[in-house]
Design a protein. Structure first.
Length: 310
């Protein structure tokens, strides 16, 4: 089994059959979406939320005094999050939802860019009060942080034109190259599939691990990899933005919620965030935000805490 970080993976496993150049152009559109090209509106026209004094009182004293929440977030997972037209402001479902939660709690939200695989450590060390970055609420992660669940999602596979008929599941990746984002559950999925391939006497999967989703899409667009395995929202988005050159194939798998990360010791903060999110669900603002960013299918009816299952 060949598992490589993107920075050192320079050998192309096999060249695409004439599609690389076309895919490069197609990939530029969704990738520039990180710079605001995905939409002309910086945020949806959802009304500002009123402060709830009772929920504000639940916040830890240091947060009330500061008047703000320090929140870790990525910037390259559209439509959940991406950079806006100014190439600085975070836009997307996640930052907008987080800002609405802050309004209900009566505090500002200060975002800090963080890599996916460092956010658990950042929350545990109190570098951040919260983190929201398309992280699955899984039992093994609940040992380290508390999750306030805000979205139900799954994993999917993205391929180019040449492979849309030959790849439809993880099992079809034997002997092929697959891009995955560092620190995500999809890394484990593809590594486990590679083991299944070799146990069955088939070639291993060449697992290419990139530090972010942009690297994954670039690898797919240039023929460096045969597939990208990632969260269904961004796989669907990239397929739609590619002009018919990238395709979501097969059936989504493993449905679990994404959760807002909270330090396990900050029980009052977790309660405040959960109740603020539930208020947004009840008053309709939550669904308006999801609908605007075209991810309404992942809407939850209740803001659960540690609601993920194995």
């Amino acid at each position: 089994m060949d598992i490589r970080p993107a920075e050192r993976c320079v050998r192309v496993r096999r060249r695409r059959r004439g599609t690389a150049a076309a895919l490069v152009l197609a990939a530029l559109l969704p990738l520039v979406g990180g710079c605001g090209a995905a939409g002309a509106v910086e945020r949806s026209p959802v009304r500002a939320q009123h402060k709830d004094p009772a929920l504000h009182a639940l916040l830890p004293e240091k947060i009330r005094k500061a008047g703000s929440l320090k929140v870790a977030e990525g910037d390259d997972y559209p439509p959940l999050v991406q950079l806006g037209l100014d190439n600085k402001t975070l836009v997307g479902m996640e930052p907008e939802l987080m800002k609405a939660i802050g309004q209900v709690l009566g505090v500002d939200v200060e975002f800090s860019k963080s890599s996916f695989d460092s956010i658990i450590g950042g929350v545990r060390s109190h570098r951040y009060d919260l983190a929201i970055q398309a992280m699955l609420d899984k039992p093994e992660r609940q040992e380290h942080v508390t999750f306030v669940d805000y979205f139900r999602t799954s994993s999917s596979i993205l391929v180019g034109q040449d492979d849309r008929k030959s790849i439809s599941s993880l099992a079809d990746l034997c002997g092929r190259a697959s891009a995955v984002e560092q620190g995500t559950s999809q890394v484990d999925d593809v590594v486990e599939q590679s083991k299944k391939c070799t146990r069955a006497g088939k070639p291993a999967v060449e697992v290419l691990v990139f530090p972010d989703s942009v690297g994954c899409f670039q690898a797919l667009s240039t023929g460096r990899t045969d597939a990208f395995v990632g969260g269904s929202p961004t796989v669907t988005y990239q397929a739609e933005q590619s002009g018919g050159r990238l395709f979501e194939v097969g059936e989504p798998y493993r449905f679990l919620p994404y959760g807002i990360l909270v330090n396990k010791d900050d029980k009052a903060l977790a309660e405040a965030v959960q109740k603020a999110l539930q208020k947004l669900i009840d008053n309709g603002a939550y669904r308006q935000i999801l609908k605007y960013w075209k991810v309404e299918s992942g809407a939850l009816r209740r803001a659960t805490v540690n609601g993920g299952t194995a």
